[in-house]
Design a protein around this ligand. Structure first.
Ligand SMILES: [Zn+2]
Length: 139
């Protein structure tokens, strides 16, 4: 959706339902929202809505307040393990990351014996991390 602000060049109507005056007079500022409604024969058809600047903010705030914020960043809740265990867990995570990096290099250099040895180390990482909050799903 495109949104911009400009001066009205003719009388317009505010799209906010709770707007008191509805009329946007010539020369007043207005917010234009525009989005592609359909594409026909390679031509884009736009739909437009106009708002008073303050009405645009009001409806946006009202809209946002109706949507509960759900945190999607990170892996969610912290694990229920002690700080000491978490330290150990991070240590194993780092060790595995280092091994994975070495595997990638070994793959490029086609050192198959080394890859086999490193893969064994990766398996041992799994066993090691088991006691510090379990094996991560991505492993
Ligand atoms: Zn309005």
């Amino acid at each position: 959706m495109n949104v911009w602000i400009r001066k009205a060049r003719k009388r317009a109507t505010c799209s906010y339902e709770s707007c008191k005056s509805k009329d946007i007079l010539n020369g007043q500022y207005l917010v234009v929202t525009q989005w592609v409604m359909a594409v026909r024969e390679g031509r884009k058809w736009y739909k437009e809505k106009l708002y008073h600047p303050q009405c645009w903010i009001d409806q946006a705030v009202a809209e946002l307040e109706q949507r509960p914020v759900v945190e999607t960043r990170g892996y969610g809740k912290r694990m229920a393990i002690t700080d000491k265990d978490r330290e150990q867990r991070v240590r194993v995570l780092r060790k595995r990351a280092a091994i994975v990096q070495r595997v990638k290099t070994a793959c490029l250099e086609r050192k198959f014996a080394l890859i086999e040895r490193l893969t064994g180390q990766l398996e041992r990482c799994k066993e090691e991390i088991e006691q510090y909050g379990g094996v991560p799903a991505k492993w």
